[in-house]
Design a protein around this ligand. Structure first.
Ligand SMILES: NC(=O)c1ccc[n+]([C@@H]2O[C@H](COP(=O)([O-])OP(=O)(O)OC[C@H]3O[C@@H](n4cnc5c(N)ncnc54)[C@H](OP(=O)(O)O)[C@@H]3O)[C@@H](O)[C@H]2O)c1
Length: 314
């Protein structure tokens, strides 16, 4: 069954489900993208910070050169890293991503997070010479100027944000001549982002969920001691039995039924194929409400990097 499209506030269409690619070796990443494309995925989520744009670019070239797919068949998302938030540096970072991906444009470009850092050349979360974080007090509204330029230069078809708060989105909307199309945030049955979802809906902005399955494979440093395993939730498992689906499929169905984009990551062919089979069943209104009741309002991702930054969102 084909993956349904959503319509962004600029009229552009985008597949509601794509493949996440965070944390995979080159071989795993390339094989998962091939499996996904063969299965019918067209939307791939990556980021400058994932270090796999070039791996994905090679596979896209392979498919285009073999005449299997055209550029216009793909929906490629990548993200601006926090060392490049100055408006003039946005295009610099995007150009690196485009060269990695071997593309002239991306379909969706996101600000990966709201906290700007000085690029002191000391890694992904740069430090000052005294060892403290090299925070840069630059409001995301400034970065948005660079994002709009990316659209004007034809290097990004759509632009958006990730890990932004309602207030930060509001500030962007106040100065924007091009509105963000999405906010990509942690969102799943245990942290359902109901308020953020409502807020974005009122502004014509769609949510994209990361960690839709509870991100069981995220690094230990991002886990809490009290972690609950979303895929093992009794209600989700009960619904999976009822519909003869997996727990993962129920979680993805719940989100897409709320018109939230999902980008489940897997390197396992069977799961990649399974994760897109979520459009041939429908949860009842009562079941959707029951899942809403699972809300714990606690993030599974423990993200302390950037704590103390004036724009820290968590
Ligand atoms: N914007 C941001 O700050 C941000 C942050 C985090 C993630 N992301 C993006 O969002 C994507 C998804 O998030 P995520 O990777 O953290 O978490 P996720 O999609 O919730 O979970 C992925 C994990 O679940 C496993 N899995 C996949 N399908 C499954 C299934 N059907 N049943 C059981 N287990 C399954 C995968 O293992 P196997 O690979 O072994 O199958 C992997 O360990 C990322 O890959 C990335 O592209 C963005």
């Amino acid at each position: 069954m084909a993956i349904p499209m959503v319509t962004f506030n600029n009229g552009n269409k985008f597949p509601i489900l794509g493949l996440g690619t965070w944390q995979a070796t080159k071989e795993e990443c390339q094989n998962s993208v091939r499996t996904a494309l063969d299965a019918g995925y067209r939307h791939i989520d990556t980021a400058y910070a994932y270090g796999n744009e070039a791996d994905i670019g090679e596979v896209l070239q392979e498919y285009m050169k073999a005449g299997k797919l055209k550029r216009s068949d793909f929906y490629i998302t990548t993200k601006l890293w926090l060392t490049h938030h100055q408006p003039e540096r946005v295009i610099e970072c995007l150009n690196i991503s485009l060269a990695n991906l071997k593309l002239d444009y991306v379909d969706l470009y996101l600000i990966h997070g709201p906290c700007a850092f000085e690029d002191t050349g000391t890694g992904f979360y740069p430090l000052k010479p005294d060892g403290t974080p090299a925070f840069l007090n630059l409001p995301p509204e400034k970065t948005w100027e660079g994002m709009e330029k990316a659209v004007k230069l034809g290097k990004a078809k759509n632009i958006g944000v990730s890990n932004f708060t309602c207030d930060q989105i509001d500030r962007i909307c106040k100065i924007a001549t091009i509105k963000p199309v999405t906010n990509q945030v942690e969102c799943h049955a245990y942290f359902n982002q109901a308020d953020m979802h409502r807020f974005c809906q009122q502004r014509g902005i769609l949510l994209t969920s990361y960690g839709s399955l509870g991100s069981p494979g995220r690094p230990e440093m991002l886990k809490r001691d009290t972690d609950s395993i979303l895929l093992d939730d009794p209600l989700i498992k009960k619904l999976a039995d009822k519909y003869k689906k997996s727990a993962g499929q129920v979680l993805l169905r719940n989100l897409t039924q709320r018109n939230i984009l999902v980008i489940p990551k897997s390197i396992k062919p069977a799961r990649i194929k399974q994760n897109m089979q979520v459009f041939d069943f429908k949860l009842t209104d009562a079941e959707m409400k029951q899942i809403e009741g699972l809300q714990k309002n606690v993030r599974l991702f423990k993200n302390d990097l950037g704590k103390g930054h004036p724009e820290f969102p968590f």
